[in-house]
Write a protein that binds this ligand. Sequence first.
Ligand SMILES: NC(=O)c1ccc[n+]([C@@H]2O[C@H](COP(=O)([O-])OP(=O)(O)OC[C@H]3O[C@@H](n4cnc5c(N)ncnc54)[C@H](O)[C@@H]3O)[C@@H](O)[C@H]2O)c1
Ligand SMILES: O=C(O)C[C@H](O)C(=O)O
Ligand SMILES: [Mg+2]
Length: 640
Amino acid sequence: MAQSRDASSASASQPPPVILKHAHHHAPARQTHFPAATDYDTANSIEARKYLKTYGLTPPAVESHDQQAARCMAILDAKPSPIEKYRYLSVLRNSNANIFYRLLSANVKELTPLIYTPTVGEACQKWSELYTFPEGMYLSYSDKGHLHSVIQNWPHDVEITVVTDGSRILGLGDLGINGMGIPVGKLSLYTACAGIHPKKTLPLCLDLGTGNEELRNDPLYMGSRRPKVTADEEREFLDEMMSALTERWPSIVIQYEDFKNPFPSLERYQNTYTMFNDDIQGTGAVILAGFINAVKQSGTPAKDQRAVFLGAGSAGVGVAKQIVQFFINEGLTEDQARRCFWLVDSQGLVAHDRGKLADHKLYFARDDNEGKQYKSLEEVVDYVKPTILMGLSTIGGAFTPQILEKMATMNERPVVFPLSNPSSKSECTFEDAIKYTKGKCLFASGSPFPTLHHDGKDLVPGQGNNMYVFPGIGMGAILSKSVSVTQNMIYASAEALSTALLPDEVAQHWLYPAIGRIRDVSVIVTRGVIRAAQKDKVDRELALRNIGDEELDQYIRERMYDPFKEGERVENEIAELVGRPASSTGKEAGANGAAGAGQPQQQRAKALSDAVPLEGKPTLLREVTGYTGSGASGGTPSRR
Ligand SMILES: NC(=O)c1ccc[n+]([C@@H]2O[C@H](COP(=O)([O-])OP(=O)(O)OC[C@H]3O[C@@H](n4cnc5c(N)ncnc54)[C@H](O)[C@@H]3O)[C@@H](O)[C@H]2O)c1
Ligand SMILES: O=C(O)C[C@H](O)C(=O)O
Ligand SMILES: [Mg+2]
């Protein structure tokens, strides 16, 4: 069984450097400051540069945020293709995280498609070809037995990790370690959308071999050239990894992402670790939220809904299960709720009499098909006459014009959600959905589609992508210091999201809030998740139980890394050192864990007296503690 977390035996969050025993006997561990990405901000004042020891290491001008953004946007505009824009943004993130996150936070709608789906799909396909930076950690199967030591090499304290084994990257199949683009992209969104400090995030890619022969034979492939390990071998590896991660960072939140068969791990670890699976649970929550709003608009009550799902994998089953929960809350029995679904996979309708089914499909398998096997989606649509059509199949274009036309003939407001990623795998485009349903459908897709002009109106497609919820699920778990991520916390994220629309968004029949408001939305989702953690009594930040919603929202906001305030944070550190009154945002900088906030006075005085004068002014020694946390990993909280 998975090793349980007991903080009494867990090491503190700053372990001594450990040398990889099997690799370098007695080699001294090197101090590293990788990635020192936030200090070279050309908006830093001269004083801040001296304090950070970056004076002279950047061009002399002290720039405004607007000047920086104008330059970056001009460079981006000049790049000829999305993948070139992706590469430029990667360089920016790795060389100057503050500028990158200011740009991303201010332009979420425009830039998300470049750092996330769809472009991240192409970036993963070409990862080894285009490799520039490590970006995160790679753990290989040959490291088994030593994962604890390898993990000590990560130079920062971590609050959250996104981990993949690369075996099902979006709808693009097994990409091995090239899947690293996914943890990197998801964690960039954690920072941009929920304000988790970039240094507190750990992109993690497991190198467990790959079933992709073409990759194994690619001379540039940077992972192990071995076939994928067996399910048992992977399980043993994951057991060790979960325990090693949590031993080093007892409060770490672990998000599983893009595993080919993630059900066994979710079952195995969800009660023992603070973990969740984004493709099953995050997707379930985000689609439920859009679905709740679609049901309100379609006017068809829950009991009369008939949902056909193309795709019965992690995402399909995850979404259907969350909707079952909603139907039960709406008054249906579990059996009635379950019977509203017809799942279709590569073999056709999922039915008990079809032959052996994978475990995760059994719950929704039909027993009322009277011996008839429905093979194609169109046949199933004719048979079921669905009100809802969901696509989580990885099959681009599977919602054909004929199928879309049928949906519009059968329903006043058909719900059509082609959710596969990236755009090339979307079951239909927004344009086709509108064209063939004559503008009647309620639409959301996994990857973004442009606004469409139809019948004298601008129609904005919903984006049913788990990016609306996973940042808030992770942040909620971090701030409440939850020992696990419960089903109620996932459900709460969906409910919170469904209520996060502004009146004018509701008036325009949107299913999801504007993506540009994602930071505000993430606060609402985070609050919902924290409240559910409290109800389930898995929280350990007990003080949060006693504050009202408004105060909780404020607490969440204060703990969010705000790249626009990083300059102020540094100024406040300096002010504190030289005994000057802090700026008006001093409270916030402190709450965000400004470096040195908790350092003993004598040490600060020593730092000042050690300072070497430069240009006649005192140079302040940079504190080596770095950022001390947006919340959970400030200490070594005890596990229940
Ligand atoms: N919108 C989102 O937020 C979101 C979230 C998670 C996953 N996804 C997307 O959903 C897709 C599926 O992800 P998953 O994790 O469920 O993958 P998966 O591999 O677990 O499941 C894929 C399913 O599609 C079925 N399928 C394959 N070929 C088919 C065909 N020709 N006809 C019918 N069904 C077919 C498979 O049998 C399987 O049931 C991916 O493209 C992924 O990017 C989107
Ligand atoms: O990565 C995304 O855009 C969503 C989802 O997690 C997926 O696997 O497709
Ligand atoms: Mg995913």
